[in-house]
Design a protein around this ligand. Structure first.
Ligand SMILES: Cc1ncc(COP(=O)(O)O)c(C=O)c1O
Length: 422
């Protein structure tokens, strides 16, 4: 199968794990491979309300059996969805543009920022990813590139509450350093004549390794960017739709209000839908200066999927579940870190958490090799999870939202067995 894949799909198409998995079915938090073996899914956030949730499947198939067209005809679903979605935001964020992917949403957000500010400069962290269109790939600082970055891009250090710089004693010192870099990036863009159109950031810095942040940090970031005439784009592709357990959106959890919010992955529970939510003024500036049409964006079937996901989040109390099970799981992981010396910092929020794998004794030296061995062994033992962070040594545990305490117990029983073997 791997050879066929390479022949048909070309090289450099990575799979997870030394021994790739071939799934054929999913149900709730469970995945089943071609041999009928069951795996606990502690990784996938796209099947947000659970693999193949019957309410979402039914909504998609009902609408697909009735009508699917595009946004140039009138349809209630897109308006109903826009209303339901914007009701979850601060009242200033009242308009929606739908896309098919998170990349497209971020691409449009950059164009909106340019339309409202008339400027071009963009700021991101130095270890990030916001998607794969030409414009957003230019912001993908976590992917090494030989040709350097675009002249209108400036980076600030990705916040990291664990690997502090010499002289820093906690995340407050770390945050002060990042803010100083932000001031320098703003000055540099102004001096170069680009000006600041936007900062784009994930409100929990998920790809950067979900660091602990001091309260009010992102509000201070937003104030500086706005003072320079720019806007703040919150990429909610990962923390959105209640993942942190504290609120519907990562920026609400982190305590600031962005000007533009982008979303994707969990939005349609696997059905490809993404979107941008912004203010009336920004949407107007963008729509009057640009023509934007997306054949599949905002079609009635995608909107039916989006509406059904919102129903399930509400009806099954999934945000409260993320808070309760996430807190329970983090506590268990902390206990495990007391037992195994090579488990370092444990952090995260709601159902997005993990632990650093480090060399025992020197708590801040990453052990990527051991981390990789651990996730491969977890897979061998029927639990799906991943790694992330600059040093690829951070357990990434981010299951579908109906993950229960019983599922967490299962995860940690297997983890205890695997870590004992290591
Ligand atoms: C933070 C973030 N933004 C945007 C994207 C792009 O989303 P998509 O793959 O749906 O285009 C990703 C994908 O991994 C992501 O992690």
């Amino acid at each position: 199968m791997m050879a066929r894949r390479e022949r048909l799909l070309g090289p450099n198409n990575p799979t997870f794990y030394d021994d790739p998995v071939h799934f054929v079915r999913g149900e709730g938090v469970w995945l089943f491979d071609a041999d009928g073996r069951r795996y606990l899914d502690a990784y996938n956030n796209v099947p947000h309300v659970g693999h193949c949730h019957p309410h979402v499947v039914e909504a998609i198939s009902r609408q697909a059996g009735l009508l699917n067209t595009h946004s140039r005809y009138l349809h209630d679903n897109v308006l109903d969805y826009a209303e339901r979605l914007t009701a979850t935001f601060h009242r200033s964020l009242s308009t929606v543009l739908l896309t098919c992917t998170g990349s497209e949403a971020n691409d449009v957000a950059l164009r909106m920022a340019r339309a409202i500010t008339g400027k071009h400069g963009v700021i991101v962290t130095d270890f990030t990813y916001h998607g794969n269109t030409s414009a957003v790939m230019e912001l993908a600082t976590l992917i090494p590139r030989e040709d350097g970055f675009s002249t209108h891009l400036r980076t600030i250090p990705a916040p990291d509450s664990y690997h502090l710089e010499p002289g820093e004693k906690d995340e407050t010192d770390m945050a002060a350093r990042v803010l100083a870099h932000l001031d320098a990036a703003i000055s540099s863009l102004e001096e170069a004549g680009h000006g600041v159109s936007a900062i784009m950031l994930c409100p929990i810095f998920a790809n950067e390794g979900f660091p602990d942040l001091p309260p009010g940090f992102l509000d201070r970031v937003a104030k500086r960017v706005r003072k320079a005439g720019g806007v703040v784009i919150a990429d909610e592709v990962q923390p959105g739709f209640g993942r942190t357990g504290a609120a519907m959106w990562g920026h609400q959890y982190s305590g600031f209000t962005p000007d533009i919010v982008t979303m994707g992955k969990p939005m349609g529970n696997g059905h490809p839908i993404g979107g941008v939510v912004t203010t009336h003024d920004i949407m107007h500036a963008f729509r009057t200066k640009n023509v934007y049409f997306n054949t599949f964006g905002s079609n009635p079937v995608s909107c039916a999927a989006g509406l059904a996901v919102l129903d399930v989040i509400e009806n099954e109390n999934l945000i409260a579940n993320a808070a309760e099970v996430g807190a329970y799981a983090k506590e268990r992981l902390e206990k495990m870190a007391e037992k195994f010396g090579f488990l370092g910092d444990v952090r995260g929020a709601g159902l997005f958490f993990g632990a650093e794998i480090v060399h025992p004794g020197e708590q801040i030296t990453a052990d990527k090799k051991l981390a990789k061995k651990a996730v491969n062994l977890m897979r061998e033992n029927g639990v799906i999870m991943g790694l992330l962070g600059r040093k690829e040594n951070l357990f990434k545990i981010r299951p579908p939202m109906p993950f229960s305490k019983t599922n967490a117990d299962h995860l940690f029983e297997v983890m205890d067995h695997v870590l004992s073997r290591l």
